[in-house]
Ligand binder design. Structure first.
Ligand code: NAD
Length: 288
């Protein structure tokens, strides 16, 4: 078992700043997939706070979309619509992009966030569990990214809006590099996202389309409640996090807004880890 070298030590408690209100994305349209909860919900709201008009995609969780996400985006003066689509279904993804163009003329930013886990020991994993996770986490990102690139190439750069013709941000995971026993389907999907993102980035760069990933560590959302909901579980989890706090959805949202903005215009084909140091191999902190 990994010893927690941080246990018992006193660390300062730091207040989190609230979401950015600087309107860095004014005039741009963003599609955020899986935005009815967790990271997607926080990202959709932060995009709206930053001035973008937002297509709030969901498969389930209509209530949160229409009662929380859209009203919060509108409250700060941005536009938003909800759109139900299963990102693993080609016809539904095409319909979502068609609706976005009908409503807001074009799309500038895609946040490929929708994802799920279906965990099982490897020799007990069913083909259905394998396929479901690959379909949503990898094929879903492919389908949405392809539609985004088609639109970005068609429209090209509008200098008054952004230096780039379009931005794609894939929400990957630390598990694009950290193997994860009991989650072979999930880790494979995120490893796939890494090379999909980098290959698309290499191909579309000359069109001034920027493609990157944000790789969260452990963030408090419904996908992993069991890992942080009790003090015992959180204590176990903190053994893996040198920064000694579990992440919040806003930790990811702030980075996504910045990465989508022209402040990050020269960042391309990168996986940006937002993980409190989880990828620093904390088990080796005592010297190995
Ligand atoms: P979550 O369960 O709160 O959110 C996932 C969202 O995706 C939900 O709104 C869900 O309805 C939606 N979704 C699932 N299948 C869909 C489909 N077929 N079509 C459209 N939407 C669909 O979990 P989260 O933690 O917010 O996860 C968001 C992303 O972040 C995922 O890609 C996940 O792999 C990634 N991630 C999360 C963590 C973490 O610690 N929470 C860590 C690394 C990566």
């Amino acid at each position: 078992m990994v010893r927690n070298i941080y246990e018992g030590k006193k660390f300062p408690k730091v207040e989190m700043p609230s979401c950015p209100i600087e309107r860095k994305l004014k005039g741009q349209t963003a599609i955020v997939t899986g935005a009815s909860s967790g990271i997607g919900k926080a990202v959709a709201i932060a995009m709206g706070h930053a001035g973008a008009q937002v297509i709030v995609n969901y498969n389930h969780g209509e209530d949160a979309v229409y009662k929380e996400v859209i009203p919060e985006i509108q409250r700060c003066g941005s536009k938003a619509i909800g759109f139900q689509a299963d990102v693993s279904k080609e016809d539904q993804v095409l319909a979502m992009f068609a609706q976005a163009k009908k409503e807001y003329d074009t799309v500038d930013i895609l946040i490929n966030n929708a994802g799920l886990q279906q965990d099982a020991a490897f020799d007990e994993m069913t083909l259905a569990q394998w396929q479901k996770v690959i379909d949503v986490n990898l094929t879903g990102q492919f389908l949405c990214a392809r539609e985004a690139v088609r639109e970005f190439k068609r429209r090209g750069v509008r200098k008054e809006i952004s230096c780039a013709a379009g931005k794609i941000i894939c929400i990957s995971s630390v598990h694009e590099v950290i193997p994860w026993a009991g989650h072979v389907n999930y880790a494979s999907s995120k490893g796939g996202v890494m090379l999909m993102m980098k290959s698309i980035a290499q191909e579309v760069a000359p069109y001034r389309i920027r493609v990157n990933s944000v790789c969260p560590g452990a963030i408090k959302t419904p996908i992993n409640t069991a890992a942080w909901a009790t003090p015992e579980a959180e204590k176990e989890l903190l053994k893996l996090i040198p920064y000694q706090r579990v992440g919040e959805p806003d930790d990811i949202a702030r980075v996504v807004v910045w990465l989508a903005s022209d402040d990050a215009d020269y960042i391309h084909g990168e996986s940006i880890f937002v993980d409190g140091g989880m990828t620093l191999y904390p088990g080796f902190a005592t010297g190995g």
